[in-house]
Design a protein around this ligand. Sequence first.
Ligand SMILES: [Ca+2]
Ligand SMILES: [Ca+2]
Ligand SMILES: [Ca+2]
Length: 280
Amino acid sequence: MSRLHLSVLQLHLFSLFLCTLVVADPVITDGLVAYWSFDKDTINGGVFKDLSDVGQDAKIVGVIKTVKGKFGDATRFDGNQNNYIQGAKNLEVFKKKPTKSISVEGWIIDEGFIEWGGYVVCAQDNGSFEKGWVFGTNNQVSFAVSTDDPDDGDGVLTYVKPAKNPDRGEWFHIAGTYDGGTIKLYINGEVVAENKNHKGDINYPKAKDGNGENDAELVIGQYRDKNEFFPHKGLIDEIKIYDRALSEAEVNHNMKASGLSVDIRNKLTTRWAKVKKLHI
Ligand SMILES: [Ca+2]
Ligand SMILES: [Ca+2]
Ligand SMILES: [Ca+2]
């Protein structure tokens, strides 16, 4: 082996060694109801596996590109409304839909910061009929939740947003939380906006609402309801949904975190193996 080959090998070993040193902490699992890492090895038959124990697997609709992400791989959305990811076709199959409080969290590159953009959305917003929640943009990055109070009869969405957007084309971490009394928006681990006007349970569309407004799809990479489609242009990585409000410390923990603890991974692998066995 020549000296050159040896040094390449040494460099390779050294980089492997560095990789093992920078392995991220596992993400918080208390209240986790969906977690899509968008890593290549979680794609199976056009579906992104949910890494939480809920099994909220998400379907690729149209064409989604897998690219280098903030942690592992991420998804690239091209700004075409036919291309998005469907976390749940309707509210009925959104298995552990947050009802009293919620957190939505992940890493984004936004090339547009469009007027009505969606990173993760489960909503109907048609005129004054405003239900569900929207994690995305309203020119600025924003989080909006419709709740039982103040409901004006057909719902109210308040977009909680900062004065200034993160840099276009750069990764930023974003988290939206609602604890039953306050809607908060975090950018890169800091609270940048909050609103205390909302109380009570999350106000989703209901069967009695009618006019095609009685349901909502859980969508990643697009604002999408019965009559509006505003696709995201940019990257999305490491999306997590919780059925409780994460604290500021927890949001900061998750910023540095990726994947699940070995214990939980083993438990899930065992469970999946058992399910597989049952199906044979
Ligand atoms: Ca990832
Ligand atoms: Ca609409
Ligand atoms: Ca209204």
